[in-house]
Design a protein around this ligand. Structure first.
Ligand SMILES: C[C@H](N)C(=O)N[C@@H](Cc1c[nH]cn1)C(=O)O
Ligand SMILES: [Zn+2]
Ligand SMILES: [Zn+2]
Length: 477
């Protein structure tokens, strides 16, 4: 007779079409947290998950993170969905975190298909916004629960869910809830598991023990009371966009060196022992080129590339609100422009100090322009970096599960992206946090044509379920 875990794996393999249908329904809800026009869709996505969880017998509660101040307009924040399946004191309790919001996506950004319609292409890639980040993984856990219900199998652990709808926009309100609920809803949690990042490359699974932090800035320059005709007013007034570009061009060099004085001062040096961890990773420069779609690498070696992704800060320019960006030739001088940039932070950089350094520097650079426009800078959200102990039994359980499902030992990785609440879980609950990704490094998260390979989705479901069995078996030190 098959063991429960083998029965589950077999069932997951056979039920892929139902899992894809569930993902199709989720992708069809455009739960973009960063755009107020879509806020009701974020709520709808929360409801979708609540219904799915209740249908599986979970006891579901929500917490209200309050109201967001969106440039002076109050916007309700989507609920934190808390769901419990099993409260057996003889079992360990795993807390699963995920997010149900997504990054913005418009067909005209360069998508080949409607971003909110899941399409499977000839290479069995499931294409759609949120397929990899993070709807596929969130549904992965739900599919595990469903499989056990359908099979009449008990879950090997108690499961708690914490699902948020604002991760892509700074996780507003969630930190307070985590700390408030640490000895209430989260009281019995033994370990935390998050599936919200990606394999390093395209072939080998990994477990991840570190994330960079992110501090996001808006740099606003305004002058005229309305947009102006450039033929009438060009070279006669200080132009906000010219000022903005002058300041933004002083933030980072084309080779990625951040120009803000003091920014690197607290970056922890890479130890000799840490250097060695880069030697055996299954990642090639070719995989970087494939994921990027071009050979535009700054660094020539895998080690340098990964250290700049995981261990050193980076500053990226994201966009300009108020700027003309449509096709055609509009001869306007925009009256107010907002430059958006973010800094990915690493140990031991400190968000408050980063904000102070950025504010001081951009104010100095703006003053050098001698412009009569006004400039203001604000940090819209700041999430801290995180590093866990990869020797903890939670990581051993994850590694065993990878070996069982994929037949290989996982790479041990860090991640260049950010999940602001990871550190909050670690600090508030004092429990080990693990990142167990489902998608591949070339999924195009945040980009056009985001995808999750069918095989990653199905194997990912098997992995998440198998991991729960390994946790149940683990002997905590
Ligand atoms: C790694 C995770 N899937 C992710 O994409 N996180 C976002 C979080 C964020 C913070 N500000 C805006 N988004 C990221 O790393 O960009
Ligand atoms: Zn994301
Ligand atoms: Zn994510």
């Amino acid at each position: 007779m098959s063991s429960p875990v083998d029965t589950f794996i077999e069932y997951a393999e056979k039920n892929q079409e139902a899992y894809i249908d569930r993902l199709r329904k989720a992708v069809a809800i455009p739960s973009v947290s960063g755009d107020p026009a879509y806020r009701k869709e974020v709520f709808r996505m929360g409801e979708f998950l609540i219904d799915e969880l209740k249908a599986l017998g979970a006891s579901v509660e929500t917490r209200d993170p309050g109201v967001q101040d969106f440039h002076g307009t109050p916007l309700p924040l989507p609920p934190i969905v808390l769901a419990t399946i099993g409260t057996d004191p003889a079992k360990k309790t795993v807390l699963v975190y995920g997010h149900y919001d997504v990054q913005p996506a418009l067909k005209e950004d360069g998508w080949n298909t409607d971003p909110f319609e899941l399409v499977e292409d000839e290479k069995h890639r499931l294409i759609g916004r949120g397929s990899s980040d993070d709807k596929g993984p969130v549904l992965g856990w739900i599919n595990v629960v469903e499989a056990h219900k359908e099979l009449g199998l008990e879950l090997p652990v108690n499961l708690k869910f914490c699902l948020e709808g604002m991760e892509e926009s700074g996780s507003e309100g969630l930190d307070d809830i985590i700390f408030n609920e640490a000895d209430k809803y989260f009281k019995d949690v033994d370990v935390v598991s998050i599936s919200d990042n990606y394999w390093l490359g395209t072939t080998k699974p990994c477990v991840t023990y570190g994330l960079r932090g992110v501090s996001y800035f808006h740099l606003t320059v305004k002058g005229p009371k309305a947009d102006l005709h450039s033929g009438v007013f060009g070279a006669t007034i200080h132009e906000p966009m010219t000022d903005l570009f002058a300041v933004m061009s002083k933030l980072v060099t084309p080779k990625g060196k951040i120009l803000i004085p003091g920014i690197y001062d607290n970056v922890l040096a890479v130890s000799a022992e840490e250097e060695k961890t880069y030697d055996d990773l299954s990642f090639t420069m070719q995989e970087l080129h494939d994921a990027v779609g071009n050979e535009i690498n700054i660094h020539d070696s895998v080690k340098d590339t990964l250290q700049h992704r995981w261990r050193f800060p980076s500053l990226s320019l994201h966009g300009v609100e108020g700027a003309f960006y449509n096709p055609g030739d509009k001869t306007v001088i925009p009256a107010r422009v907002v430059g958006k940039f973010s800094i990915r932070t690493v140990p031991d950089m400190e968000p408050k100090q980063i904000t102070e350094l950025v504010e001081k520097y951009v104010n100095e650079e703006f003053a050098k322009l001698g412009s009569k426009n006004t400039m203001s800078i604000s940090c819209t959200h700041a999430g801290n970096h995180w590093v866990a102990s990869p020797n903890h039994w939670n990581y051993v359980a994850a590694s065993n599960a990878v070996e069982k499902v994929f037949g290989v030992k996982p790479d041990l990785t860090r991640e260049g992206g950010s999940i602001p609440v990871t550190l909050s879980f670690q600090d508030a609950l004092k429990k080990n946090v693990l990142l167990l990704p489902m998608g591949r490094g070339d999924d195009g998260a945040h980009s056009t044509n985001e995808k999750l390979d069918r095989s990653n989705y199905v194997s990912g479901i098997k992995l998440l379920g198998t991991y729960l069995y390994e946790v149940a078996e683990a002997k905590p030190e």
